[in-house]
Design a protein. Structure first.
Length: 388
Protein backbone atom coordinates (compact mmCIF):
# COMPACT_ATOMS: atom_id res chain seq x y z
CA UNK A 1 0.00 0.00 0.00
CA UNK A 2 2.93 2.32 0.68
CA UNK A 3 4.04 1.87 -2.95
CA UNK A 4 0.59 2.79 -4.22
CA UNK A 5 0.66 5.94 -2.08
CA UNK A 6 4.06 6.90 -3.50
CA UNK A 7 2.85 6.32 -7.06
CA UNK A 8 -0.19 8.52 -6.47
CA UNK A 9 2.06 11.14 -4.87
CA UNK A 10 4.34 10.99 -7.91
CA UNK A 11 1.37 11.64 -10.20
CA UNK A 12 0.21 14.60 -8.07
CA UNK A 13 3.71 16.11 -7.83
CA UNK A 14 4.25 15.64 -11.58
CA UNK A 15 1.00 17.45 -12.39
CA UNK A 16 1.82 20.31 -10.00
CA UNK A 17 5.32 20.72 -11.41
CA UNK A 18 3.97 20.66 -14.96
CA UNK A 19 1.58 23.49 -14.10
CA UNK A 20 3.70 25.77 -11.96
CA UNK A 21 7.39 24.80 -11.94
CA UNK A 22 9.98 26.77 -13.93
CA UNK A 23 11.34 25.21 -17.10
CA UNK A 24 14.69 24.46 -15.45
CA UNK A 25 13.06 22.22 -12.82
CA UNK A 26 10.85 20.52 -15.40
CA UNK A 27 13.90 19.80 -17.55
CA UNK A 28 15.68 18.29 -14.53
CA UNK A 29 12.74 15.97 -13.91
CA UNK A 30 12.60 15.04 -17.60
CA UNK A 31 16.33 14.29 -17.47
CA UNK A 32 15.70 11.80 -14.64
CA UNK A 33 12.81 10.31 -16.63
CA UNK A 34 15.02 9.73 -19.67
CA UNK A 35 17.89 8.26 -17.61
CA UNK A 36 15.53 5.93 -15.75
CA UNK A 37 14.07 4.79 -19.06
CA UNK A 38 17.53 3.95 -20.36
CA UNK A 39 18.37 2.04 -17.18
CA UNK A 40 15.08 0.16 -17.47
CA UNK A 41 15.87 -0.76 -21.09
CA UNK A 42 19.26 -2.08 -19.97
CA UNK A 43 17.80 -4.19 -17.14
CA UNK A 44 14.95 -5.78 -19.12
CA UNK A 45 17.04 -8.57 -20.76
CA UNK A 46 18.59 -9.38 -17.38
CA UNK A 47 15.16 -9.60 -15.75
CA UNK A 48 13.91 -11.89 -18.50
CA UNK A 49 17.03 -14.08 -18.55
CA UNK A 50 17.37 -14.79 -14.83
CA UNK A 51 13.72 -14.71 -13.72
CA UNK A 52 12.43 -17.03 -16.43
CA UNK A 53 15.45 -19.35 -16.32
CA UNK A 54 15.16 -19.72 -12.55
CA UNK A 55 11.36 -20.01 -12.62
CA UNK A 56 11.30 -22.83 -15.18
CA UNK A 57 14.20 -24.63 -13.50
CA UNK A 58 12.28 -24.73 -10.19
CA UNK A 59 9.33 -26.61 -11.70
CA UNK A 60 11.19 -29.91 -11.45
CA UNK A 61 10.92 -30.01 -7.66
CA UNK A 62 7.86 -32.26 -7.91
CA UNK A 63 6.99 -34.84 -10.50
CA UNK A 64 4.18 -37.02 -11.72
CA UNK A 65 0.71 -36.73 -13.14
CA UNK A 66 -0.44 -34.39 -10.37
CA UNK A 67 2.30 -31.89 -11.29
CA UNK A 68 1.32 -32.00 -14.97
CA UNK A 69 -2.34 -31.42 -14.10
CA UNK A 70 -1.48 -28.51 -11.78
CA UNK A 71 0.66 -26.80 -14.40
CA UNK A 72 -1.96 -27.37 -17.13
CA UNK A 73 -4.78 -25.95 -14.97
CA UNK A 74 -2.69 -22.92 -13.98
CA UNK A 75 -1.71 -22.16 -17.57
CA UNK A 76 -5.27 -22.65 -18.83
CA UNK A 77 -6.72 -20.37 -16.15
CA UNK A 78 -4.08 -17.69 -16.73
CA UNK A 79 -4.43 -17.63 -20.52
CA UNK A 80 -8.22 -17.91 -20.56
CA UNK A 81 -8.45 -15.06 -18.05
CA UNK A 82 -6.20 -13.00 -20.31
CA UNK A 83 -8.34 -13.92 -23.33
CA UNK A 84 -11.51 -12.84 -21.51
CA UNK A 85 -9.79 -9.57 -20.62
CA UNK A 86 -8.74 -9.08 -24.26
CA UNK A 87 -12.24 -9.68 -25.62
CA UNK A 88 -13.85 -7.30 -23.11
CA UNK A 89 -11.03 -4.76 -23.39
CA UNK A 90 -11.08 -4.55 -27.18
CA UNK A 91 -14.81 -3.87 -27.03
CA UNK A 92 -14.96 -1.45 -24.09
CA UNK A 93 -11.59 0.32 -23.68
CA UNK A 94 -11.84 2.28 -27.00
CA UNK A 95 -14.95 3.91 -25.52
CA UNK A 96 -12.96 4.92 -22.43
CA UNK A 97 -9.74 6.32 -23.91
CA UNK A 98 -8.93 8.40 -26.99
CA UNK A 99 -6.50 6.91 -29.47
CA UNK A 100 -3.14 8.66 -29.36
CA UNK A 101 -4.06 11.07 -26.57
CA UNK A 102 -0.55 11.09 -25.02
CA UNK A 103 2.14 13.42 -26.42
CA UNK A 104 4.14 11.61 -29.09
CA UNK A 105 7.74 10.87 -28.23
CA UNK A 106 8.81 12.80 -31.32
CA UNK A 107 7.05 15.94 -30.09
CA UNK A 108 9.52 17.81 -27.89
CA UNK A 109 7.81 19.52 -24.97
CA UNK A 110 11.05 20.41 -23.17
CA UNK A 111 14.46 18.83 -23.68
CA UNK A 112 16.30 17.02 -20.88
CA UNK A 113 19.67 18.44 -19.94
CA UNK A 114 21.53 15.33 -21.11
CA UNK A 115 21.06 11.67 -21.92
CA UNK A 116 23.21 8.54 -21.68
CA UNK A 117 23.50 5.67 -24.12
CA UNK A 118 23.29 2.45 -22.08
CA UNK A 119 22.89 -0.43 -24.56
CA UNK A 120 21.54 -3.71 -23.13
CA UNK A 121 23.87 -6.72 -23.01
CA UNK A 122 21.54 -8.54 -25.42
CA UNK A 123 18.21 -7.98 -27.10
CA UNK A 124 14.93 -9.16 -25.60
CA UNK A 125 14.32 -12.02 -28.05
CA UNK A 126 17.75 -13.53 -27.40
CA UNK A 127 17.21 -13.26 -23.65
CA UNK A 128 13.83 -15.02 -23.92
CA UNK A 129 15.15 -17.92 -26.01
CA UNK A 130 18.22 -18.30 -23.79
CA UNK A 131 16.10 -18.29 -20.64
CA UNK A 132 13.80 -21.03 -21.97
CA UNK A 133 16.69 -23.13 -23.26
CA UNK A 134 18.67 -23.05 -20.03
CA UNK A 135 15.60 -23.24 -17.77
CA UNK A 136 14.34 -26.40 -19.45
CA UNK A 137 17.89 -27.78 -19.59
CA UNK A 138 18.45 -27.23 -15.87
CA UNK A 139 15.12 -28.88 -15.09
CA UNK A 140 15.96 -31.87 -17.29
CA UNK A 141 19.57 -32.38 -16.17
CA UNK A 142 19.24 -31.23 -12.53
CA UNK A 143 22.53 -29.34 -12.96
CA UNK A 144 23.14 -27.82 -9.52
CA UNK A 145 25.81 -25.37 -10.66
CA UNK A 146 23.59 -23.83 -13.35
CA UNK A 147 20.61 -23.84 -10.98
CA UNK A 148 22.66 -21.92 -8.41
CA UNK A 149 23.77 -19.51 -11.13
CA UNK A 150 20.18 -18.92 -12.26
CA UNK A 151 18.91 -18.49 -8.69
CA UNK A 152 21.84 -16.26 -7.74
CA UNK A 153 21.36 -14.06 -10.81
CA UNK A 154 17.66 -13.86 -10.06
CA UNK A 155 18.36 -12.81 -6.47
CA UNK A 156 20.72 -10.04 -7.64
CA UNK A 157 18.31 -8.72 -10.26
CA UNK A 158 15.41 -8.90 -7.79
CA UNK A 159 17.53 -6.95 -5.29
CA UNK A 160 18.20 -4.33 -7.98
CA UNK A 161 14.47 -4.09 -8.73
CA UNK A 162 13.57 -3.76 -5.03
CA UNK A 163 16.33 -1.28 -4.16
CA UNK A 164 16.56 0.83 -7.33
CA UNK A 165 13.84 0.43 -9.95
CA UNK A 166 10.75 0.27 -7.73
CA UNK A 167 11.84 3.12 -5.38
CA UNK A 168 12.70 5.32 -8.38
CA UNK A 169 9.47 4.52 -10.24
CA UNK A 170 7.38 7.29 -8.56
CA UNK A 171 9.91 9.88 -9.77
CA UNK A 172 9.71 8.43 -13.29
CA UNK A 173 5.91 8.57 -13.12
CA UNK A 174 6.18 12.17 -11.92
CA UNK A 175 8.24 12.91 -15.03
CA UNK A 176 5.68 11.24 -17.30
CA UNK A 177 2.75 13.15 -15.81
CA UNK A 178 4.72 16.38 -15.74
CA UNK A 179 5.28 15.97 -19.49
CA UNK A 180 1.59 15.18 -20.02
CA UNK A 181 0.62 18.30 -18.04
CA UNK A 182 2.86 20.52 -20.15
CA UNK A 183 1.37 18.93 -23.27
CA UNK A 184 -2.19 19.41 -21.95
CA UNK A 185 -3.26 15.73 -21.97
CA UNK A 186 -3.13 14.81 -18.29
CA UNK A 187 -6.81 15.27 -17.35
CA UNK A 188 -8.16 12.90 -20.00
CA UNK A 189 -5.41 10.38 -19.24
CA UNK A 190 -6.16 10.23 -15.50
CA UNK A 191 -9.88 9.84 -16.10
CA UNK A 192 -9.32 7.11 -18.69
CA UNK A 193 -6.87 5.09 -16.62
CA UNK A 194 -9.04 5.27 -13.51
CA UNK A 195 -11.91 3.72 -15.47
CA UNK A 196 -9.58 1.03 -16.86
CA UNK A 197 -8.53 0.01 -13.33
CA UNK A 198 -12.18 -0.24 -12.25
CA UNK A 199 -12.84 -2.42 -15.29
CA UNK A 200 -9.87 -4.65 -14.36
CA UNK A 201 -11.23 -5.14 -10.83
CA UNK A 202 -14.66 -6.07 -12.22
CA UNK A 203 -13.03 -8.62 -14.54
CA UNK A 204 -11.13 -10.13 -11.58
CA UNK A 205 -14.38 -10.93 -9.82
CA UNK A 206 -16.06 -12.12 -13.00
CA UNK A 207 -13.24 -14.63 -13.53
CA UNK A 208 -13.31 -15.77 -9.89
CA UNK A 209 -17.05 -16.32 -10.19
CA UNK A 210 -16.56 -18.41 -13.33
CA UNK A 211 -13.78 -20.45 -11.69
CA UNK A 212 -15.73 -21.25 -8.53
CA UNK A 213 -18.97 -22.02 -10.34
CA UNK A 214 -17.31 -24.42 -12.80
CA UNK A 215 -15.10 -26.07 -10.16
CA UNK A 216 -18.05 -26.39 -7.81
CA UNK A 217 -20.29 -27.92 -10.48
CA UNK A 218 -17.62 -30.47 -11.48
CA UNK A 219 -16.50 -31.42 -7.96
CA UNK A 220 -19.78 -31.20 -6.07
CA UNK A 221 -18.68 -28.39 -3.75
CA UNK A 222 -20.78 -25.29 -3.01
CA UNK A 223 -19.22 -22.38 -4.98
CA UNK A 224 -20.41 -19.58 -2.68
CA UNK A 225 -19.20 -21.32 0.46
CA UNK A 226 -15.85 -22.20 -1.13
CA UNK A 227 -15.28 -18.61 -2.24
CA UNK A 228 -16.33 -17.26 1.16
CA UNK A 229 -13.75 -19.47 2.85
CA UNK A 230 -11.05 -18.02 0.58
CA UNK A 231 -11.81 -14.38 1.45
CA UNK A 232 -9.23 -14.24 4.30
CA UNK A 233 -6.56 -15.31 1.81
CA UNK A 234 -7.87 -12.74 -0.69
CA UNK A 235 -7.56 -9.86 1.77
CA UNK A 236 -4.20 -11.08 3.09
CA UNK A 237 -2.84 -11.08 -0.47
CA UNK A 238 -4.32 -7.63 -1.06
CA UNK A 239 -2.45 -6.36 2.01
CA UNK A 240 0.89 -8.07 1.37
CA UNK A 241 0.82 -7.79 -2.47
CA UNK A 242 2.54 -11.20 -2.53
CA UNK A 243 1.15 -14.65 -3.37
CA UNK A 244 4.18 -16.26 -1.73
CA UNK A 245 3.68 -14.42 1.55
CA UNK A 246 0.04 -15.53 1.62
CA UNK A 247 0.77 -19.27 1.22
CA UNK A 248 0.19 -20.21 4.92
CA UNK A 249 -3.20 -18.49 4.96
CA UNK A 250 -4.16 -19.97 1.58
CA UNK A 251 -3.30 -23.51 2.75
CA UNK A 252 -5.32 -23.04 5.93
CA UNK A 253 -8.38 -21.74 4.05
CA UNK A 254 -8.17 -24.53 1.48
CA UNK A 255 -8.36 -27.08 4.29
CA UNK A 256 -11.58 -25.39 5.40
CA UNK A 257 -12.90 -26.29 1.92
CA UNK A 258 -12.13 -29.96 2.73
CA UNK A 259 -9.01 -30.11 0.56
CA UNK A 260 -6.69 -32.88 1.75
CA UNK A 261 -3.63 -31.54 3.64
CA UNK A 262 -1.19 -33.31 1.32
CA UNK A 263 -2.77 -31.80 -1.81
CA UNK A 264 -2.97 -28.32 -0.27
CA UNK A 265 0.66 -28.48 0.87
CA UNK A 266 1.76 -29.59 -2.62
CA UNK A 267 -0.48 -27.49 -4.87
CA UNK A 268 -0.73 -24.12 -3.14
CA UNK A 269 3.02 -23.25 -3.11
CA UNK A 270 3.26 -24.29 -6.77
CA UNK A 271 0.13 -22.37 -7.78
CA UNK A 272 1.43 -19.29 -5.96
CA UNK A 273 4.28 -19.32 -8.47
CA UNK A 274 2.59 -20.30 -11.72
CA UNK A 275 -1.11 -19.31 -11.48
CA UNK A 276 -1.49 -15.62 -12.40
CA UNK A 277 -5.08 -15.17 -13.61
CA UNK A 278 -5.53 -11.78 -11.94
CA UNK A 279 -2.19 -10.54 -13.22
CA UNK A 280 -3.03 -11.70 -16.76
CA UNK A 281 -6.36 -9.86 -16.66
CA UNK A 282 -4.78 -6.61 -15.50
CA UNK A 283 -1.75 -6.79 -17.79
CA UNK A 284 -3.97 -7.42 -20.82
CA UNK A 285 -6.52 -4.70 -20.09
CA UNK A 286 -3.80 -2.18 -19.20
CA UNK A 287 -1.80 -3.08 -22.32
CA UNK A 288 -4.87 -2.34 -24.43
CA UNK A 289 -5.27 1.04 -22.72
CA UNK A 290 -1.60 1.98 -23.13
CA UNK A 291 -1.60 0.92 -26.80
CA UNK A 292 -4.64 3.08 -27.48
CA UNK A 293 -3.31 6.23 -25.80
CA UNK A 294 0.29 5.99 -27.07
CA UNK A 295 1.00 7.51 -30.51
CA UNK A 296 2.81 5.09 -32.77
CA UNK A 297 1.24 1.94 -31.33
CA UNK A 298 -1.47 0.24 -33.36
CA UNK A 299 -4.97 -0.12 -31.94
CA UNK A 300 -5.11 -3.72 -30.63
CA UNK A 301 -7.48 -6.49 -31.64
CA UNK A 302 -7.98 -9.94 -30.14
CA UNK A 303 -5.92 -11.68 -32.85
CA UNK A 304 -2.98 -9.35 -32.20
CA UNK A 305 -3.22 -10.02 -28.46
CA UNK A 306 -3.36 -13.83 -28.69
CA UNK A 307 0.43 -14.40 -28.99
CA UNK A 308 0.96 -11.91 -26.15
CA UNK A 309 -1.48 -13.76 -23.88
CA UNK A 310 0.00 -17.17 -24.74
CA UNK A 311 3.53 -15.94 -23.99
CA UNK A 312 2.36 -14.12 -20.87
CA UNK A 313 1.09 -17.36 -19.36
CA UNK A 314 4.65 -18.68 -19.45
CA UNK A 315 6.76 -15.61 -18.70
CA UNK A 316 4.95 -14.48 -15.56
CA UNK A 317 5.52 -17.83 -13.85
CA UNK A 318 8.92 -16.32 -13.06
CA UNK A 319 7.43 -13.29 -11.29
CA UNK A 320 9.07 -12.72 -7.91
CA UNK A 321 7.01 -12.53 -4.75
CA UNK A 322 7.45 -8.76 -4.61
CA UNK A 323 5.25 -5.88 -5.81
CA UNK A 324 5.38 -5.39 -9.57
CA UNK A 325 7.00 -8.76 -10.29
CA UNK A 326 4.49 -9.79 -12.95
CA UNK A 327 4.77 -6.41 -14.69
CA UNK A 328 8.57 -6.66 -14.69
CA UNK A 329 8.65 -10.15 -16.19
CA UNK A 330 6.07 -9.20 -18.85
CA UNK A 331 8.17 -6.35 -20.23
CA UNK A 332 9.91 -8.60 -22.76
CA UNK A 333 6.70 -9.76 -24.44
CA UNK A 334 5.27 -6.23 -24.27
CA UNK A 335 8.25 -5.01 -26.26
CA UNK A 336 8.65 -7.88 -28.70
CA UNK A 337 5.00 -8.67 -29.41
CA UNK A 338 3.21 -5.34 -28.84
CA UNK A 339 5.97 -2.84 -29.70
CA UNK A 340 6.14 -1.01 -26.35
CA UNK A 341 8.91 1.54 -25.88
CA UNK A 342 10.38 2.71 -22.54
CA UNK A 343 7.67 5.36 -22.00
CA UNK A 344 4.86 2.88 -22.69
CA UNK A 345 6.52 0.33 -20.36
CA UNK A 346 6.79 2.93 -17.59
CA UNK A 347 3.13 3.87 -17.96
CA UNK A 348 2.20 0.19 -17.99
CA UNK A 349 4.06 -0.45 -14.74
CA UNK A 350 2.41 2.54 -13.08
CA UNK A 351 -1.02 1.29 -14.09
CA UNK A 352 -0.29 -2.27 -13.00
CA UNK A 353 1.23 -1.30 -9.66
CA UNK A 354 -1.76 0.91 -8.88
CA UNK A 355 -3.87 -2.27 -8.60
CA UNK A 356 -1.18 -4.88 -7.92
CA UNK A 357 -2.69 -5.79 -4.57
CA UNK A 358 -6.04 -6.70 -6.18
CA UNK A 359 -4.41 -8.65 -9.01
CA UNK A 360 -2.42 -10.66 -6.47
CA UNK A 361 -5.57 -11.24 -4.42
CA UNK A 362 -7.34 -12.58 -7.53
CA UNK A 363 -4.40 -14.92 -8.18
CA UNK A 364 -4.60 -16.30 -4.64
CA UNK A 365 -8.37 -16.67 -4.56
CA UNK A 366 -8.20 -18.41 -7.94
CA UNK A 367 -5.78 -20.95 -6.45
CA UNK A 368 -8.58 -22.05 -4.13
CA UNK A 369 -10.76 -22.96 -7.13
CA UNK A 370 -8.05 -24.84 -9.03
CA UNK A 371 -7.05 -26.86 -5.98
CA UNK A 372 -10.56 -28.34 -5.87
CA UNK A 373 -9.99 -29.95 -9.27
CA UNK A 374 -6.51 -31.07 -8.19
CA UNK A 375 -7.90 -32.64 -5.01
CA UNK A 376 -10.59 -34.50 -6.95
CA UNK A 377 -7.96 -35.76 -9.41
CA UNK A 378 -5.74 -36.92 -6.51
CA UNK A 379 -8.68 -38.84 -5.03
CA UNK A 380 -9.33 -40.51 -8.38
CA UNK A 381 -5.65 -41.42 -8.67
CA UNK A 382 -5.69 -43.00 -5.21
CA UNK A 383 -8.77 -45.04 -6.12
CA UNK A 384 -7.16 -46.14 -9.36
CA UNK A 385 -4.03 -47.28 -7.54
CA UNK A 386 -6.06 -49.02 -4.86
CA UNK A 387 -8.11 -51.14 -7.27
CA UNK A 388 -5.42 -51.81 -9.86
Amino acid sequence: MNLIFRLVLGIVVGIMLGQWAPDSLIRALLTFKVLFGELLEYSIPLIILFFIMSGIARLERSSGRLLVLTIALAYASTTLAGLMSAIVGVELVPHIVHHGQLPASQIVVLLPYFTLDIPPLTDVSTALVTAFLFGIGISATAHEGMRNLADGGRDIVEWFIAKALIPALPFYIAGLFCEMTVAGTVANTLKSFGMILVLALALHWLWLTLLYVTSGMSTGRAPVQALRHMLPAYFTAAGTMSSAATIPVTVRQCRMNHISPSVASFAIPLLATIHMCGSAITLTICAIGVMLVTPGLAAPDVITLLPFIAALGVTIIAAPGSPGGAAMTSVGVLQTLLGFDAAAVGLMMALYLAQDSFGTACNVAGDGALVQWIDRFAEAEQDRQRYR
